[in-house]
Ligand binder design. Structure first.
Ligand code: NAD
Ligand code: UD1
Length: 337
């Protein structure tokens, strides 16, 4: 019996593969490498000393998916595969809806045809929208999304709830991630964006000298230092949350939603300073215009995951920065090195 990981060569997927293998699960991975490469999976093997099969496959390719289900005994799926760049999703909404929603529907159809009805889905804190007040709790009504990427997450959550209502043999976990950062402590796997849209990869690229200074998107928010506050979570803690979610859903039916965050927010300037402290590298920054669609605060109430899954984030911001820097320093050009 294996856990099928879609998008397993990506940033969060590769870290989750490590934690699943180290917890004794067998895994099978599929990815179309639109935002990753097979080298990440070779490095997962190196870290864990364990072997597993991986396939080059697009989740919209039902024949390809079916072949994977026929060649393996898939007990459950962790579904990471998706496009995730907020700005790009506003330029290419159809591509995002096709890839993320169309792809998820074809995956769910093939799962059902093969009698596999257990899925853990990568959702996002973005589904809380602008209306809800922090800390975000899973029982809150989802909000209004501000971009097509966020809308795909909200729709997929709805689709997964609907298939359970129609057929309560489905077992579904929706994991709402806050802001994953950092890298595996080996320095062998990490996030390798071609352009750093998110804050931590941008800081790392300033540290390595690829960019001059961090643009801080606005200092006029209603927060202690005026810059946006987020719940940064170490990617290894996040990956461990997936192992707990799989342990849980293999034993329980139904649909459950969990926030995966630390429960604490820190500001843009606090993160820049924490990175300097952890690495000894000065990070120049300048205040620029706010980015459209940003909210002042986003952080989790992380109690449910602790109560139900027995999971909580353990790595602090110092470790997030130190591990992000080790990865960046050892792999200045990502997996091309
Ligand atoms: P990532 O881009 O590194 O990983 C996604 C993987 O999916 C990539 O390897 C990509 O090649 C693959 N993929 C994309 N479309 C595919 C398709 N049609 N068929 C097969 N493979 C496909 O991103 P990540 O940061 O690891 O994110 C993983 C998941 O978590 C995504 O669904 C993302 O939306 C979600 N998420 C990420 C964050 C974050 O901050 N990183 C926050 C909230 C939610
Ligand atoms: C962003 C996405 C969100 C997605 C998440 C994970 C937007 C509006 N939101 O969240 O949908 O789920 O990434 O992929 O894009 N910042 C700077 N300078 C930078 C980059 C960011 O000041 O160069 C600030 C932002 O204004 C924000 C904070 O840093 O206050 C974190 O930004 P980022 O890392 O992009 O994550 P989110 O905006 O929280």
């Amino acid at each position: 019996m294996s856990i099928l990981i879609t998008g397993g060569a990506g940033y969060i997927g590769s870290h989750t593969c490590v934690e699943l293998l180290e917890s004794g699960y067998d895994i099978v991975v599929l990815d179309n490498y639109v935002n990753s490469c097979p080298e990440a999976l070779e490095r997962v093997k190196k870290i864990t000393g364990k072997d597993f099969k991986y396939y080059e496959c697009d989740i919209r390719d039902k024949e390809g998916l079916d072949k994977i289900f026929k060649e393996n005994t898939v007990e459950a799926v962790i579904h990471f595969a998706g496009l995730k760049a907020v700005g790009e999703s506003c330029q290419k909404p159809l591509e995002y809806y096709d890839n993320n929603i169309g792809g998820t529907i074809s995956l769910l159809e093939v799962m059902r045809e093969n009698g596999c009805k257990t899925i853990v889905f990568s959702s996002s804190a973005t589904v809380y929208g602008e209306e809800n007040k922090v800390p975000f709790v899973e029982t809150m009504k989802t909000g209004t999304t501000t971009n097509p990427y966020g809308t795909t997450k909200l729709y997929i959550e709805n689709i997964l709830q609907d298939i359970y209502k129609a057929d309560n043999e489905w077992r579904v976990v929706l994991l709402r991630y806050f802001n994953p950062v950092g890298a595996h402590e080996s320095g062998l796997i990490g996030e390798a964006p071609s352009f750093p849209n998110n804050l931590m990869p941008y800081i790392s690229q300033v540290a390595i000298g690829k960019r001059e200074c961090v643009n801080v998107f606005g200092d006029c928010y209603d927060t202690p230092d005026g810059t946006g506050v987020r719940d940064y979570i170490h990617v290894v803690d996040l990956a461990k949350g997936h192992v707990k979610a799989i342990d849980y859903i293999l034993k329980n039916k139904g649909v459950e939603i969990f926030n995966l965050g630390t429960g604490h927010g820190i500001s843009v300037i606090e993160l820049i300073k924490a990175f300097s402290k952890a690495t000894g590298i000065d990070i120049p920054y300048k205040i620029t215009e706010p980015r459209s669609g940003d909210v002042a605060y986003s952080y989790a109430n992380a109690e449910k995951a602790y109560k139900v899954l027995g999971w909580k984030a353990e790595r602090d911001v110092n470790q997030m920065c130190a591990d992000a820097w080790r990865w960046q320093k050892n792999n200045p050009n990502g997996y091309k090195d």
